[in-house]
Design a protein around this ligand. Structure first.
Ligand code: FDA
Length: 305
């Protein structure tokens, strides 16, 4: 991992900086590139726009690492409001949640009960909940909560990260329980004891895992902006008669819109992850870390503003 990437990921976890950045109106303006807005209404506008282009979405209410059970209750209320809104407005969108947002660090049982409420509401609207994957300290507990939910519900899926050594075995096990999986590279700062440090090894593992997912007859999400990963997926699907309707590509709001449009033109399914809310700091910093060149864009705007 490069020094700049590693430094940005370190900063993403600094709460003091988060408080300063969150109060800065210039920072708030700049986050608009990656975050759809602070309110559900603003995110709705972004999702309507995506839907009008044939792109489906996944709502994400930003709010990881909450500190109290009452904050976690607030997140459940917000997700129920999102699910009702999707239904009422007939949007093509599901929801993504982070388990630390629903109390995983407070008590895994509280987190399970909170997530269950959201998945149950989603089922009543025939909708779907994707559980995001956080840093490796949470991988095991996140998978445990997912497994409990999966035993009861069909409308819940999970994310796996190609940079973790453990993921190949996790995918084998998850496919046995019919899990719908989003495959991504992984966005957190991880030590070499748990994750491939080199990009080429992460990419190689990503392709290997994609080849395990696609033939499984389960509808998975291939989440990446990397043209090489996208080409490898198209090629493998084409060679193995896996139709375009049997999986979808997924990207993040505001990233590689050109690639998003070309996939839609080619007839592939595409879902865009749409984050909103005022707790944008760690999400925003991870996006900077993925492409340290973005820092120049920020600095330019900072001094302009
Ligand atoms: P890579 O980082 O190699 O980038 C490939 C190319 O994409 C770059 O050259 C650049 O052109 C473009 N690009 C990528 N990131 C960019 C950025 N921030 N700004 C501008 N351009 C950029 N992670 C995780 O740990 N847990 C999760 O639950 C999720 N969930 C998730 C959902 C969805 C829908 C997506 C697309 C991604 C995630 N991620 C995630 C993030 C993921 O792990 C990863 O960090 C990013 O997708 C970046 O990796 P790429 O596959 O795009 O490749």
């Amino acid at each position: 991992m490069s020094l700049s990437k590693s430094a940005l990921l370190y900063l993403s976890r600094q709460e003091g900086l988060r408080d300063v950045a969150s109060r800065s109106s210039t920072f708030q303006k700049i986050t608009k590139r990656f975050v759809a807005g602070e309110t559900l209404e603003e995110a709705l506008g972004a999702i309507r726009d995506l839907n009008s282009k044939g792109i489906t979405a996944s709502f994400d209410h930003l709010g990881e690492s909450i500190k109290s059970a009452s904050e976690a209750d607030g997140e459940v209320t917000e997700y129920n409001r999102i699910l009702q809104t999707i239904d009422r407005e007939r949007l093509h969108s599901n929801v993504s949640v982070k388990l630390t947002q629903l109390g995983l660090d407070i008590d895994p049982e509280i987190c399970y009960q909170n997530t269950r409420k959201i998945v149950e509401t989603a089922r009543s609207f025939e909708n779907f909940v994707r559980i995001d994957m956080e840093d490796s300290a949470h991988t095991g507990t996140t998978l445990e909560v997912f497994r409990r939910l999966r035993a009861e519900f069909d409308n819940v899926g999970i994310v796996v990260q190609a940079y973790l050594y453990r993921t190949e075995k996790d995918v084998e096990d998850l496919l046995k329980i019919g899990a719908r999986i989003r495959l991504c590279k992984g966005a957190y700062k991880e030590p070499a004891s748990v994750a491939f440090p080199k990009k080429e090894d992460v990419d190689q593992n990503y392709v290997k895992l994609m080849k395990m997912l696609l033939p499984s007859n389960i509808y998975h999400g291939i989440a990446t902006h990397d043209p090489a990963m996208i080409e490898a997926t198209k090629k493998f699907a084409g060679e193995n008669n896996i139709g375009k309707g049997r999986f979808e590509f997924q990207m993040l709001f505001g990233i590689r819109r050109d690639l998003q449009e070309s996939l839609i033109k080619e007839g592939y399914g595409l879902r865009v992850y749409v984050p909103y809310g005022n707790a944008w700091y760690p999400y925003f910093m991870r996006r900077l870390a993925e492409r340290p060149a973005n820092v120049w864009f920020i600095l330019k705007n900072f001094f302009k503003g």
